[in-house]
Design a protein around this ligand. Sequence first.
Ligand code: LMR
Length: 329
Amino acid sequence: MSLVRLLAVLIIVSLTFSSSLMAKEIVIKFSHVTTEKTPKGKAAKYLQELVAERLKGKVRVDVYPNSQLYNDKEVLKALLLGDVQLAAPSLSKFGKYTKKWGLFDLPFLFRDADAVSCFTTGVNGQALLNAASKKGLKGLGYWLNGMKQLSANKPLIKPSDAKGEKFRIMSSDVLEAQFKAVNANPQKMSFSEVYNALSTGVIDGQENTWSNIRTKKFFEVQSDFTESNHGVLEYVLVTSSEFWNSLPKDIQTELSAIIKEVTLKETQWALEAAQIDKDYIMIAGHTKIHRLSHKQVAQWAKVMKPVWKQFEGDIGKDNIDAALKCNKQ
Ligand code: LMR
């Protein structure tokens, strides 16, 4: 072999060897169900940006919003199968994985979004982040959406107004019990199906946050909204333990720091959206928004609160007490 040929072979061999030593980029597929304009949608994009900036060439996040890839039910299975690596479903959708997160669905438990943040950043909230670990799911942080409101094609002013109405709910037994407590007819349904179900009359009403009501246009197909603030919509940013444990330690550390930063921004976006989106819906004028007096709120709370006792064993009284303590801060 000539010297030139020998050199060429050596170069090719060394290039092949060094490229095989270079770590492959880790791709994190993040699937969620809301639009990009929601607090969760913006936070997912922000996470993608920070990862692109700080872990360039090592990690990449691909975001799939608006149930493009998976809906509520499928995404958790996909996480465990390794088909996606991140999701941020509502805590109401984890009944098959842990009963403890039912806490967030207890009606009239949290006074407002600040009380929710007080709980999620406190000792009980942080411990609860691991509630689904036995099922292979790792909670990485809580993301807020906001307080939920009720709607139907009739005014819902007193609890008896809900009697017989078909309400879409997320897949939560606590939410089912909440609507049964007012003699309504709850129907578990994926988020992506709600608009059509409302517009075709398959369901009569729903509960959600101003952000989701605006971005999914539910206000265009419901005549009456009640500003009830009766519950909270809170997410958990979740991955599979298997995927997380497969990451190098330095990547875990950097990702954790990024998630902390994104979580702070997400909370701020959620608090802003609660006001901006409500104002937008009011100004749009498609629907009436009813405000309840203290007395009317107390009537709904009285009828719905017995649900707490029903689920106290699953959720833990200590967690309920810690949440209640946050209402006083
Ligand atoms: C819903 O299903 O109503 C919400 O959980 C959707 C979401 O992710 O905000």
